[in-house]
Structures are given as structure tokens and as C-alpha cells.
Design a protein around this ligand. Sequence first.
Ligand SMILES: [Zn+2]
Length: 342
Amino acid sequence: MPPSGVFLSPPFHFYPVDPNLRRQPPRHRNILDGKLVHGRLLVKLRTLTQLIVGTGEYELSDDRFVRAIQREQGIPVIPGSTVRGVLRQYVELLSKSCVLFKDNGQGRDLPRSLSCKTSSDGGQASVCPACQLFGIVGKKITLSGLVSAGTFRPIGDAREEEVQIPQLYRPQHTHQDNNIYFRKVYCHGNPKYILDAIPKWIGRRSESFRAVSAQVEYAGYVDVENCTPEEVGLVVLALGAVPQYRFDIKMGYAKPAFFGSIRATVEEAYQYDPARGEKRPLPTDTLWTWTEQYLDLDPWHRERINEVCHLEQFDAAQQHLPQDRNQTTEYLGWDLKSGVYR
Ligand SMILES: [Zn+2]
């Protein structure tokens, strides 16, 4: 029985956008406010399936050109901008935030009430939680972000492999239900079934990619500035890293083919005291308390995180196996005989 309002259509999950955004005046960004939180989260990311953070270019592999991945001095990395972008998506999912891109309707214009770019309340600008934290460039307002991320680098050996990936067309599939907007999340699964099926597909092109293998760990940091404790609680919640509300995130290319499943953990945290110029440890228990404070702000927050924890689980998704139905073999929305997904 799917949770209320969430529409399951593997390889996607559609979560309804709450039409009543939780807007607040934009916070100042230029000075560090002694009453707010400034600090650094040291984060570990572990790949659960192959990860492709591509460059759009090619690299040489055994005298052949394959699609390249992001590297620094030859070592695969995840740029901070990628981590920040993923974090924003999950913050949007877990808060009453605006719809940044109107590509989830079929050519419909986004209602003004769902966009921070064009909205202002009686001349006073106000922004949703995601725009407050990650910034916005709009007609009435431009804000820099309060959250940033550094480059994530592998811990130890970053095992790599070459994979054949089917050409993934931009899915037409969107979910509409009257005037409700939905956020699309790519569900977890096992890329093995897709990779095994590709050689049998007739007339579907595939391409070679470099990929970082499963079970590679990366370390990096996420910084917060001028955030309320509740906002920091939302950021760690959006990583899927709060033990009581753990879920797995998706990152990089080929997400509908079940690549890019990631488990994030917060290893350590520091808080800066701008008045004293000091940094001191921020216990993770304090972070989890701030998450509870965030969830206490609105019953909707709890309802949503419970849905996400229920659905966005890599381990549970491994229980799904290809099924024979009506002469096609189906796996989480894919027809394994033709290579077409919904
Ligand atoms: Zn917004």
C-alpha cells in the first residue's frame, strides 16, 4: 500500500508538491550572525551501485574513446557543485519548497504561487526553504546560498570499471493529477539486470562510460552559514544521514538504470563562533536534535520524511527481481526484452 499522495511508477517515484510553500524573508548573507549556526559537516559518501559523474567529454581507454568522468590529477572526484545540487533536490523533497524548473508539467506554466522567482508578498520578498539555503536567481530577487560543498575525494582506492549504458532518452513520463505538481525521484534497484539485458536489445544504441565501482567511499565537507538549527537539521536529513531517518540518495548519470545509489553519513561536525573566532566540535547528537526540531515545525515534514524513508531504500529495492509478465520480462519499470522503460 503506497503512502498517501505518492505515485509509484518505477523507475520513478512521484511525490506531490505541497501548494502552500513555507516562505520567509531572505536572511542577510554578508555578515555572520552570532545567533545563527555556521559550521562544517564532514561527510562520507559510499557508492552502493556504480557512479557516473560525467564531464560530457571522452577519455581514452585501451585505445578507444569512452565517456569521461570528473577527475582531479587522474583520480575520480565528485565536484562540490554536484553534491550541492543533489542536496538541494532532497531539501526540496523534504520541505514545502518551490518548483525550480517547470519541466514536470507538459508545457504548462508554473503557477506563481509555486515559484520564488516571481513572487513577492506585498513588496516584501519571501523565499522557500530551498531558495533560502541554496539561493535563487530570479526576476525579483537574487540570493547566494547559505550551504556549500567542497570536492569529494575517494578514500583509498577508487576502483573503476567500464560499462555499456543504453541511450537514455529524456523520459516523457510525468505525472499529473489536476493541478497537483510532483517531484520525481529515481528509485533504487540493481543495474545488473539492465547491464545483462543490453546485449539482447535490438535497435537500441548503447555507449561506453567510465564509472566508479560500487563500494567506493568518498570524503568531503558541506558548509553552512547563517542557518537556523532547524535548517541545519534539514540539511543532514536531506543527506539521508540521520540514523532515525536513514534513506539512500541518487546521484550522477543513468539514474533510471539504477546507477548512482549512494549512502551518506556525517562523520564529524564543527561549529564556528564568529565572535571568538573559534571552532568547536558539534556533536552529531546535537544535529539529530536539530532534525527533530525541524520535523516539529510542521506535521507535513514528518509525514514526508516517513514516506521517503519507507520508499528510498537501496537494500529493500534489492528484493525486487525481474518478473515474467505477458511475454515480456519486466524489472522495476523496464521491459528487459526491448530496453524501454516507462
Ligand atoms: Zn524557492
